[in-house]
Write a protein that binds this ligand. Structure first.
Ligand code: ZN
Length: 216
């Protein structure tokens, strides 16, 4: 709402008021040409270095938020959809890819969540590689003083978890391929891009994969 009130006073060169285009629900009925729902035409959001802000979940803004950010000049439009929105006086193509003008640092530590733990381990059991029936395993069992930390929790399938039970790794006969540790945001992002969402607009693909390592 704050942005909308700023925008109602915002004049583009040429005198058309872009506030008309923006956002309050009552106004949306005036976007004539074709009905665009809040869930369609999302914009992929890139950081100022043209890497996606997030891969998993993919950083997407609704077209309303994307258009607001464009009008407020917080983002650059990198690519557009064919679809347009119309006010009585102005037409604007919806952005499909936008990049932030100010770089957002991503050096914070990732949250210790179920999701991030699964992501670190590639959504697979660290012991056998199974992708099904995933749960968590304390490498050093809680009964032996094992703590619930990045360094002691791994993704495991239910059968491996059951097999291991309250035993130590050595006694269980299971093999841990790498020592678990806290990932950084970039490592999680690198994992995330291996799990693309079901729907990718063609204009997003370059930005999602342009900096992946080339095969020699
Ligand atoms: Zn397993």
């Amino acid at each position: 709402m704050v942005a909308a009130s700023i925008l109602s006073d915002f004049e583009r060169p040429g005198g058309a008021t872009f506030g008309d285009l923006l956002a309050e629900d009552a106004n949306r009925r005036r976007f004539s040409r074709r009905a665009i729902s809040a869930h369609s035409h999302p914009a992929l959001v890139l950081n100022a270095d043209y890497r996606p802000l997030s891969y998993f979940p993919l950083s997407l803004w609704s077209w309303q938020d994307a258009v607001k950010a464009v009008v407020l000049e917080r983002v650059e439009v990198v690519s557009e959809y064919d679809a347009e929105i119309h006010s009585p006086s102005v037409a604007m193509r919806l952005p499909s890819v936008i990049s932030l003008k100010e770089y957002v640092r991503q050096d914070r530590s990732p949250a210790f969540t179920r999701f991030n733990l699964f992501l670190r381990d590639g959504f697979g059991c660290v012991y056998c590689g199974s992708k099904e029936d995933l749960t968590f395993d304390h490498v050093v069992p809680r009964s032996k003083g094992g703590r619930t930390t990045w360094e002691n929790i791994v993704t495991a399938c239910a059968p491996c978890n059951l097999k291991k039970g309250g035993r130590s790794l050595r006694d269980s006969g299971l093999h841990l391929p790498r020592k678990p540790r806290q990932p950084n945001v970039y490592e999680l992002q690198a994992m995330g891009r291996r799990f693309p969402p079901n729907h990718l607009h063609e204009s997003w693909v370059d930005w999602l994969y342009w900096d992946t390592e080339l095969e020699a």
